[in-house]
Ligand binder design. Structure first.
Ligand code: ARG
Length: 459
């Protein structure tokens, strides 16, 4: 079968080459972007007098027929055509004849693929933002109900200080907000048109790059063609943005897995989003958060893969670059379904507030409050207060009780300067609500933080 580029060749390509060289099996996903790019390119060529108005009409009609054929499943994707660009152009020419052969004037597949892939990635940056916002809304619904629910705040996975469950969830809202900003920043930075760069050096034809940029919805025209045709930063950025987002999702998933264990019992995932065991009839497994955690690894793989593909490429386009697409497609699909399903898991899970609160009764969560009390009320230097509190903790352990419930007389024995009002300060709810510094866990501060994220989602 004849290749579009076969003019200088005397032997035809081996089928092994076709199989190895082709990207059409996966880059066909970009058909809409490709046809839109061609429609705009043709319109510009006609305006510049490079195509006649009749040729433009033929090309436009032909391309819309190709689009219909693709969408109805009639289009024959053929590996011998190598990639979607040549597959579509070949079909166009078969439908409309010679004017189809003029479409590629002042264009190369190098700027064509840069347009298609960039457009796809830009669109996906925004779609993912939309899904992240829906997830944040669902987290806010749960958080609204739990600004008073005590849960052990941890460091090193050891009980540290009492916080409320909403405050814990707001930490994830903070991460997802940063993710949204990263996707939006990437969109702004990369919304630049490659069309008209041709192979690498621009074109001697009198093209209007501003016109095609505007019609395609790009903010501006790229500055240097040599860079533009080999630039895949936009693809690396979405991979990094997805990787970071998945890292956040994975951390939340890890907590969901732990929280749904018997040992924690803080949440119960709904039946709809849990799985059973083929052998153990009693099991209800958190497969969804586990898979979210697992898929994060695969997304990181795509990021490392493309960074590695790009690192040794001399300017400008090299065929290595064709390896940019599958990892991005896979990561985008993974990101989208992950956000959809995590949102449902959060929406349908049951929060076991009683278990969260009873988990706070061990681990001396208000120990720091005793030290702070000694500093504030007894004017004891913090380092000494820390030591005295350590003794009080040791005494509580000896008595097999939690510091928040120790009999006052033992504290008095340890240090005579302590007064009975200390018991109020050791109360867990008091401890949580005492942390009123900006960004702190008190219920009031947590509500303010929730307001902040609600406002963020409104704009
Ligand atoms: N299928 C190619 C890719 O995805 C399109 C660009 C090919 N250009 C070339 N000169 N071989 O990168």
């Amino acid at each position: 079968m004849d290749k579009m580029w076969s003019g200088r060749f005397s032997a035809s390509a081996s089928s092994l080459l076709d199989e190895f060289n082709a990207s059409i099996m996966y880059d066909r996903k970009l058909y809409k972007e490709d046809i839109e790019g061609s429609l705009v390119h043709a319109a510009m060529l006609a305006k510049q007098g490079i195509l006649t108005s009749d040729e433009l009409i033929e090309i436009t009609n032909g391309l819309s027929q190709v689009m219909k054929e693709i969408e109805s499943g009639q289009f024959e994707w053929n590996i011998h055509d190598e990639d979607l660009h040549m597959g579509i152009e070949k079909r166009l020419t078969a439908i409309i004849g010679d004017s189809g052969k003029k479409l590629h004037t002042a264009r190369s597949r190098n700027d064509q693929v840069a347009v298609d892939f960039r457009k796809y990635v830009l669109k996906k940056n925004l779609e993912i933002v939309g899904k992240l916002k829906l997830l944040m809304q669902e987290i806010i619904v749960v958080a609204n109900k739990h600004t008073q629910t005590l849960i052990p705040g941890m460091t090193h996975l050891q009980h540290a200080q009492p916080i409320n469950f909403a405050f814990h969830l707001v930490a994830y809202l903070s991460m997802f907000k940063r993710d949204i900003q990263r996707f939006e920043d990437s969109f702004k930075r990369n919304n630049i048109s490659p069309l008209g760069c041709a192979a690498l050096a621009g074109t001697p034809h009198n093209v209007d790059r501003d016109m095609t940029a505007e019609l395609l919805g790009f903010d501006e025209v790229s500055v240097n063609c040599l860079d533009t045709v080999s630039d895949r930063d936009f693809a690396l950025e979405i991979l990094f943005n997805i990787s970071t987002m998945m890292m956040h999702i994975s951390r939340l998933s890890e907590e969901l897995v732990m929280w749904s264990s018997n040992e924690f019992g803080f949440v119960e995932l709904s039946d709809e989003y849990s799985t059973g065991s083929s052998i153990m009839p009693q099991k209800k497994n958190p497969d969804v958060p586990e898979l979210l955690r697992g898929k994060t690894g695969r997304v990181y793989g795509s990021l490392m893969g493309l960074l590695t593909v790009m690192k040794g490429l001399p300017l400008a386009y090299n065929k290595d670059t064709q390896e940019d697409k599958e990892g991005v497609f896979d990561s985008v699909d993974t990101a989208e379904i992950s956000l959809d399903i995590l949102k449902e898991v959060i929406k349908t899970m049951q929060v076991k507030a009683d278990n969260m609160e009873s988990a706070c009764s061990v681990g001396h969560l208000s120990a720091t409050d005793l030290a702070d009390y000694l500093v504030k009320k007894c004017n004891i230097p913090f380092r000494e207060a820390h030591f005295i509190t350590g003794r009080a903790v040791a005494k509580s352990e000896e008595l097999n009780t939690d510091l928040s419930k120790i009999d006052f007389k033992y504290l008095k024995d340890i240090d005579d300067r302590i007064n009975e009002d200390v018991m109020e300060y050791l109360g867990l709810r008091h401890s949580m609500n005492a942390r009123t510094s900006a960004g702190g866990t008190s219920s009031q501060r947590t509500k303010e933080q929730l307001e902040y994220f609600k406002n963020f989602l409104k704009v």
